[in-house]
Design a protein around this ligand. Sequence first.
Ligand code: GLA
Length: 391
Amino acid sequence: MTTTDAATAARELFTALTGAAPAGLWSAPGRVNLIGEHTDYNDGFVLPFAITHRTVAAVSPRSDRVVRVASTFAPDAVEVPLGDLDDLFPARRDEIAEWARYPLGVVWALQGHAASDATGFDIAIASAVPVGAGLSSSAAIECAVAVAVDELWALGLDRSALALAGRRAENEAVGAPTGVMDQMASMHGEADAAIFLDCRSLKARAVPLGFAEAGLEVLVIDTRVSHAHSTGGYRERRASCELGARLMGVPALRDLGVDDLPRAQELLDDVTFRRVRHIVTEDQRVLDTVRTLGEEGPLAIGALLLASHASMRDDFEISVPELDTAVATAMAAGAVGARMTGGGFGGAAIAVVDRGLVSPVTAAVEQAFADAGYRAPHIFTVTPAAGAGRA
Ligand code: GLA
């Protein structure tokens, strides 16, 4: 589905739900992370960009204090009185259908900023962001609803505050212990630029990528190996990072530099050390990538992307064979750089490739997946694009 299709679908779903046209359409993009993985919840640095694939929310205020959400993902709408949200989240979230926790969680997270007699909403959602591909379809839902609610409740919150409301929905209403990168990318995205974000200060700066001028495209290779961050590996990695910081006597791994790694190796068990080494070196790679983009341009960032992938594969251990195959094959077919992107354990890899090599790289990866007996990947290009707003 394209973003235009999603806008049409959201509008039609809204009309089917309410019998009327929506007051407006708001939308927010998915994101690709260029570099800086699992650094966000360690107070570190990330360099994601928003993409043209967007989630659209058709919304109208209601006259009562009820929120009703519908989505093309699910047959039935979910209806909750605003006054019940505090009881439901986080303690009784299991009573709400999973997909509905994202939009309702955002309304819950923003409710504290609204007037006590604020009325509810009808919300219909459709998405052009592929689900489960590591492109932050969940942040796109959260941010589309956040900008709609901000405008209709006249909250006047800034983009970072809305991103934080989205993260709170994700952490507490959905129950996924993620950082703030995805929501910040979706809120702050700019055309042709990545967002260099300090996840401690939340200072965000647009960094021109210059991909188009350099004749480069970003290929997303969705392995279609599904992942979920509310369970398992993601939570474990986060716990290892917190343990590493505690044992090293710092508030967060952000506070360590590569010079601290010898001491970390002496002090920590092997697994915790390797988790720490990934974060510390990844923070440095983000800084190096920002500098390299500015000084030498995008053709020079390949080695940093590859080092990032190797660190995730060997030290953080969040890659899967499909992602490693995607990266190795793209490189062998002439990519400038490639790495897995997002939380890992499945999802997508990105490859930065010369425009003329999009077809051969795509064909090579498809062939390698077929030869290995993997499910056929979805491969498509993405373009750095603007953040959330009116559709
Ligand atoms: C997921 C999370 C983000 C971030 C990445 C890994 O996308 O939602 O907060 O931790 O994984 O970099």
